[in-house]
Design a protein around this ligand. Sequence first.
Ligand code: KG4
Ligand code: ZN
Length: 338
Amino acid sequence: MKVLGIESSCDETAAALVLDGRGILSNVVASQVSLHGKYGGVVPELASRRHAETILPVVEEALSQSGAGLQDIEAIAVTQGPGLVGSLLVGIAVAKSLAYVLNVPWVGVNHIHSHIAAIFLFEPTWRFPFIALVVSGGHTSLFRVESHTQMSLLGRTRDDAAGEAFDKVAQLLGLGYPGGEIIDRLGREGDRAAIPFPRTLLEPESLDFSFSGIKTAVLHHVKRLGGKLSLPQIQEISASFQEAVVDTLVTKALRAADKESTKDVVVVGGVACNSRLRERFTQGKYTSGIEAHFPPPALCTDNAVMVAVAGFHLLQEGFRSDLSLNAYSRLGRENGQG
Ligand code: KG4
Ligand code: ZN
């Protein structure tokens, strides 16, 4: 079954055609980074307008890249939420219209579940259940994944997402937006143990996260240093900040695997591109007893391949959406309260 995936939850307009949840026939992502960069974060009103301008060319490009025509689309999957409602509605309107005129089944998918679904492209079979750590600019959550479509939330951030912390610290250091990749690069040259930034682990059993404290700690450290920071100082702050975030993420994921008696941990979302996070999760000395799995970086950040894969599995299980489907902004708001 050829599924057209459509993603427009934040600042990427994306479309992809995927065969049977495994074969990537095309993958088109139009990033809005240059539009939002000067504001240091995504401006919702600008994002939805840009999605409206870009979505049809992106869908056309996804079809032409795969050599397919509209008549080859057998089903459609679209991100329903969580995300920016104005942006989500653009993708949803296109999905509804196409599904209606082509008379094909379609389904709304949860953006966070679709990040996890990216991993289903890479193994013929999965040992369920496993733990999924979703770390992106908007989300930091732990899930117990029971099947291709059943996932239960174990913990989530109580304030900032990990990617948001990377972006805010980068802004504080004057490094630009989005900051994760820049901090990752600069951090390779700095001493990770130089500054003992806090690791907020919350209650002993908790699988929740909190990243607002470390952001404030970096701010105080920068203020204490005063004046313009030198490159070695920026490298040292980047390395130490990154190590504290990575320490927290690894500790919580291991705690979840232990609690749920599972061996496999899947790490997805934009922050899963982070080289130190990948290193820490794959070096046995840090994570003995668990096996970590990452999609390739291009499928960790927002894309529509993951949406098509998540949609494929939902469709296989008989899920269908109808024209009453609406966008939702936050997890837990799936029933249409915005
Ligand atoms: O998954 P994504 O594209 O969008 C959301 O759903 O939020 O994630 C974007 C986030 C940004 O905060 C960005 O700074 C972060 O992923 N990111 C990274 C790296 N590459 C992207 N964070 C740390 N290290 C990286 N290499
Ligand atoms: Zn995302």
